[in-house]
Design a binder for this molecule. Structure first.
Ligand code: ADP
Ligand code: MG
Length: 393
């Protein structure tokens, strides 16, 4: 789908604006995504606009009936007090009002939202966009149809949901064909920083950990030609080590490959891992040692590699200290269970002490590290899947 060009945020003045945000934190445990959108809201409010916020919230399994929605655990009505607190911490003295757009089929409740904009509120928070299946329908006509309902509510649209940018949804895609739109400040910052990694200053190191090689292969394939080294850790490493063992002679890696014992291998991706290793034998850097844990499963002792070992850390550090730019996605080990968080923290420390342009890409790695160290990276992406998708394109 081709979209018109965005306009500048500065151009939206004294209007009603539908702002697509990504407040997608159903457990309310990590409020960074809310905080991240506040500067955009502030600017729009200072430009005397009235705002209607819409977000997806969590994974909706069964669709509630409109009258049940406000009581549903994934109703954005649960988000209201948190949003209120965040707004006021940020110095925005506005009282957000929750309105269920789905209460009537033609969104009449919101169309009459002038009443909500009365008093001291200039901010409406709509119900969870995913409560209507048309929002993310595979059928573009259905998405267009509900986008039309949203378009009735506002003269302008602002997209501040970079984290959803890899998904085609009515409130981040079709709506932009119906109303002039601008990108939010955080969205713009995400794109600008991630763009830099598409033409990185060299040497460029990519650090890949975490799980699900399936979701990370497109990024690996895109990054291998433009990077100098890809350091592989986390659960991803086991599939590569298995693949390397199958080609050990050809790769001249025999003695370097550590035992993985009962650690989880994504068997169906072993062939692709083999291909990549043969194509880029110098660039793909694998762990040389691990820290293990023993668990009992079905009455048997299983030995699992739960973190990269100190020799691997030392090896990775030499590349990190020599690079000019770095992208990191995915924790080095099973960080939720200390002491297997050790390598993740040590590596983070080394990166933030180095002078390189360092970008941390989303998801669980952000959670593993905590705000103090995150602040020392050049840029921390708020998105998970969207970041990987943007860099893979
Ligand atoms: P991200 O969200 O940063 O992309 P993933 O979701 O791909 O990361 O993977 C994160 C998960 O991988 C974490 O829950 C972490 O515990 C797990 N993990 C990484 N390495 C290991 C390991 N060696 N053993 C068990 N779990 C691991
Ligand atoms: Mg994750």
């Amino acid at each position: 789908m081709t979209l018109p060009q965005p306009i500048s945020l500065d151009k939206i003045i004294k209007n009603v604006v539908l702002v697509r945000v990504s407040f997608d934190v159903p457990n309310l445990d990590n409020l960074e995504r809310i905080k991240d959108a506040l500067p955009t809201l502030k600017q729009l409010l200072e430009q005397k606009n009235k705002l209607i916020l819409v977000t997806k919230w969590g994974k909706v399994k069964e669709l509630p009936k409109p009258e049940q929605m406000p009581d549903h655990q994934l109703s954005t009505s649960n988000l209201l007090p948190v949003l209120q607190a965040e707004l006021s911490d940020f110095g925005l003295e506005t009282k957000p009002v929750y309105v269920n757009q789905f209460a009537s089929p033609d969104f009449a409740a919101v169309q009459h939202s002038q009443q909500y904009f009365a008093g001291n509120s200039n901010l409406v928070l709509l119900e969870n966009a995913h409560f209507d299946p048309r929002e993310k329908s595979k059928n573009s006509q259905e998405r267009l149809q509900i986008a039309g309902e949203y378009a009735k509510l506002a003269n302008f649209v602002v997209d501040e949901a970079f984290a959803s940018s890899h998904r085609l949804e009515a409130t981040n895609a079709e709506i932009k064909t119906l109303r002039p739109f601008a990108l939010g400040l955080s969205y713009t910052r995400e794109v600008a920083n991630l763009e830099k990694l598409k033409k990185p200053k060299k040497p460029f190191v990519v650090l890949m950990g975490g799980a699900k090689l399936e979701t990370k292969l497109p990024l690996l394939q895109k990054m291998l030609p433009i990077s100098d080294q890809i350091l592989v850790a986390g659960l991803l490493a086991f599939t590569f080590i298995k693949a390397a063992k199958l080609n050990a002679k050809k790769l001249g890696m025999d003695s370097d490959l550590p035992e993985i014992f009962d650690s989880f291998v994504e068997e169906n991706f072993v062939p692709q891992a083999q291909e990549l290793l043969l194509q880029y034998p110098e660039k793909i850097i694998l762990p040389v040692d691990f820290v293990y844990d023993e668990i009992i499963k079905d009455g048997q002792v299983k030995k699992l590699a739960c973190d990269i070992g100190h020799l691997t850390i030392t090896k990775f550090v030499t590349y990190i200290q020599a690079c000019q730019s770095l992208f990191w996605n995915g924790p080095m080990g099973f960080f939720e269970k200390p002491p297997f968080d050790k390598a993740t923290h040590q590596i983070a420390q080394i990166i933030t002490e180095s002078q390189c342009f360092s970008v941390l890409g989303g998801g669980d790695t952000n959670a593993a590290l905590g705000p103090e160290i995150l602040a020392k990276f050049s840029f921390v992406s708020m998105a998970g899947g969207a970041t990987l998708d943007f860099l893979s394109r």
